[in-house]
Structure formats: C-alpha cells, structure tokens
Write a protein that binds this ligand. Structure first.
Ligand code: CMC
Length: 389
C-alpha cells in the first residue's frame, strides 16, 4: 500500500525538497555525447548519425567504435578493433565451468548477469580504472558476452559448447556458436542489424543504472552486472520475451481484437507498446517491422506478423499508443529460431556497447549520483519493549 502523508509532513518535507518526480521523467541528470532522442519526431541519433543511416550502412563493430570514440573508424582502426574483439572472444575456464554446472532451468539473463560479473575475476585490468583500461575492458566485455549467451543456450539443450570462431563478425560468430553451423549472409546481416538497432538509447533504466554504479567509482564489471539486472525487467529489455510469450498464447481461432481489448479493459499493459520518451513510432520499430515481415514469410510464419499488425491497429485505435523496439524484434528473433528467453540476452549483447560508452563518459567528469527521497513515515516514536508491542 502507498504510504500517505499527513499535511504536516507534506509541508515540512516539500519545503526541504521542493521537487518530487516519480520516475524521474522530467529530470536531466547527465549530459552525454553518445545519443540523442527526439520523442515527438521519432528520431534516434548515435553520436551524430541517425539510426536509419547506421542500420543501412554500419556494422555492429563500427557502432561500437562510434559509441566509444564518438567518430567513425577508418579502415585500419576498424580492422584493429575487429582483431581485438576476435582475440577476446573466449571466456575463462572458470566461467565455462559455471555455465556447465548451473541449473539448466536457470533464466538466461540470470546466467548472463552472474557470468559477466565473474569475468572481473580474471580481467588483467580489473583494478585499473583509467580511460585506456576501461576501453580495453569494454572491448573484452563486448567480445565475451555472446560466448556466454551461446554457451548457456547449448548447455541447457544438452549440446556441446562451441568455442568462438577466430573469424567473422560478432553477429556471424554468435550465430555460429549458438547453432553449431556458420550462418549464411542473410542471417548474419539480420543479427548485425539487431545489434546495431539495440546498441544505445539515451538515459534508459539500465544505462542510468550503469552511470549510478559508475558514479561510486565502482569498476566497470560491477556497473555492467547491475545494468544487466536492470535490463531484465519486463518494463525494459524483458519486454521482447513477454511479447513472444503473448504471441505464442494466441492461435488461429483467437479473436485478437477482443483479446487485446480485454487486456486493456483489465488495465493490463500490452508488452512492446508505449515508451517514456517516444510519443510516436519508435524508429527502431519501423526498421524491425520490415524485417519481421520478411523473415516471418521466409519461415512460413506469416501469421505472427499478421497478428502483430492487428495488435498494432487495435493499440492505435484504442489507446493511440505505438510499438517500441521490443514488439517486432520478438517476431524477428522467433523467425530466426531463437528461444524467447534469449531475446533479452541479445539485447544486452548489443547494449553493452552503449553501457560501456556511458561508463567511460561518466568517469570523465564524475559526480556521485545521490538523489533525495521524500520521507513519508513517522518521526520521534517512543521505543516499546518487544514484549509490549
Ligand atoms: N499497454 C497498455 N497501456 C499502456 C501501455 C501499454 N504497453 N503503455 C502505456 N500505457 C498507458 C498507461 O496505461 C497509461 O494510461 P492511463 O493514463 O490511461 O493510465 C498511459 O499509457 C501512460 O503510461 P505509463 O505507464 O505512465 O507510461 P510510462 O512512461 O511510465 O511507461 C513503459 C513507459 C515503457 C513502461 C510503458 O509504456 C509500458 O509498460 N510498456 C510495456 C512494456 C514495454 O514494452 N517495455 C519496453 C520499453 S522500450 C524498450 C526498452 O527501452 O527497454
């Protein structure tokens, strides 16, 4: 139950802290050069480049360089980053041992959170917090995360872990480790596009968590482990899994219009819709919508796309709410044969680039993040012995 304030407390405390903003909606807590969102126009920019331009032209590795350095790499710089990321793909034996030994029914995001935290133990820069060391750790974390995700997926299915390839892009290698065979160019391109579109997104909850942890001068592994925990929630990255769980609950006889209207009447949230910042179509949803249509057709699951379009129309008509990134990405992942509870892990595998960029930026001009709270409780109560309570 929400605590209530007496008028006395209200006056007293509001005069001390005049501004309370639940959800921090109207608060600008940081300046950043990493990304810009215009929620009214549906515009997303990573360090100067519109998401549509990046989606059409950039690889995930180029986006990583862009977010870390705030400019695009030249050929030599891109080759160098790719070589470093390829060399850093493998994970320590202790982490493989953990993945092999943990409960096969564990949530993949929980395994990812624990394994990512474990990477700190053997990182050669673990206790070094210079900008150079943090960039090296950012590269290592970004390179190793796909290995953790793919390894646990194989272990829980009873398959042998496939060690990372020494060639190919992050997208190529991830699909190779996940499926045990090299992906074709189209599958690689789709995965790359998913990584590019999920890489960075302003002051979302997990990036805020990253910066809040960074602001205590805790190490980057602590910040990223916290960010993974924050992303896991269904109001944030966990929404893509929730979208597919909803779609999987439907069948060809379901009256989708009635289904959605019923949920809305019961005041239930429709996952994959709405956004704190966008008040129009999320530009990433526009990009993924095209991909979802194409892929669902290719694997003869057009019905998934058709149901999605029906849901989209009902949400527009009934609530005037548009989809966010997680709505169509669910169909894209499903069409690629990826298990629904892996979707949020893939989101994390992309967003690690943005999180680490924000960690490094926070360290450049740090101030401890420490907001205040409005106290609603009693004060100065007399102590009662336990036997008298
Ligand atoms: N389904 C039904 N109604 C909704 C939805 C939804 N998905 N989203 C917002 N609304 C309604 C909400 O009920 C409220 O209506 P009313 O004013 O009549 O009470 C109004 O819109 C404002 O909603 P809110 O929850 O106050 O908005 P918020 O800015 O706090 O929430 C949100 C943003 C993303 C948490 C919310 O839209 C939501 O819960 N969406 C579903 C979860 C989801 O898809 N999350 C992924 C977000 S994008 C990817 C990411 O960054 O992780």
């Amino acid at each position: 139950m929400e605590p209530t304030m007496t008028n006395n407390q209200k006056e007293q405390d509001l005069s001390q802290y005049p501004y309370l903003d639940k959800g921090l909606e109207g608060i600008v807590a940081f300046s950043s050069r990493k990304s810009f969102i215009d929620g009214a126009k549906g515009e997303l920019i990573y360090a100067g480049y519109n998401i549509e331009v990046l989606a059409e032209n950039a690889t995930f590795e180029e986006v990583c360089f862009l977010l870390w350095n705030e400019r695009l790499p030249n050929k030599a710089e891109l080759d160098d980053l790719q070589a470093k990321m390829t060399a850093e793909r493998d994970i320590p034996e202790t982490v493989y041992a953990y993945i092999n030994s943990t409960d096969k029914k564990a949530e993949p995001m929980s395994v990812l959170r624990t394994a990512t935290s474990m990477l700190a133990d053997s990182d050669p820069d673990a206790t070094e917090n210079s900008a150079e060391a943090n960039l090296r750790k950012a590269i290592r974390l970004t390179a190793k995360m796909p290995t953790i995700i793919a390894a646990f997926d194989r272990v829980r299915k009873g398959d042998e872990i496939i060690r990372p390839s020494k060639k190919g892009s992050t997208a190529f290698n991830f699909l190779y480790m996940l499926n045990g065979e090299e992906p074709g160019p189209k599958a690689e391109r789709v995965m790359d596009l998913l990584l590019v579109t999920h890489a960075e997104h302003g002051m979302n909850a997990s990036t805020f968590a990253t910066r809040a942890i960074a602001s205590t001068l805790a190490d980057i592994h602590s910040a990223i482990s916290g960010a993974i925990g924050s992303l896991k929630g269904p109001l944030h990255g966990g929404a893509n899994t929730a979208v597919m769980n909803m779609l999987k609950g439907l069948d060809k006889d379901t009256d989708i219009v009635a289904f959605i209207k019923g949920k809305l009447e019961r005041k239930e949230k429709i996952m994959g819709f709405g956004h704190r910042v966008y008040k129009t179509f999320d530009p990433r949803a526009t990009l993924l919508r095209v991909m979802a249509k194409d892929l669902a057709k290719e694997v003869e699951m057009e019905y998934l796309y058709e149901w999605s379009e029906t849901i989209l129309k009902v949400m527009k008509d009934e609530k005037n709410i548009d989809p966010n990134v997680d709505f169509f990405s669910a169909t894209v992942y499903y069409s690629m044969g990826i298990m629904p509870d892996q979707y949020t892990c893939i989101f994390a595998m992309a967003r690690i680039s943005g999180w680490t960029a924000h960690y490094i930026e926070q360290m450049e001009n740090n101030r401890l993040i420490r907001p205040r709270q409005l106290y609603l409780g009693d004060k100065n109560l007399p102590w009662k012995k336990v036997e008298d309570r």
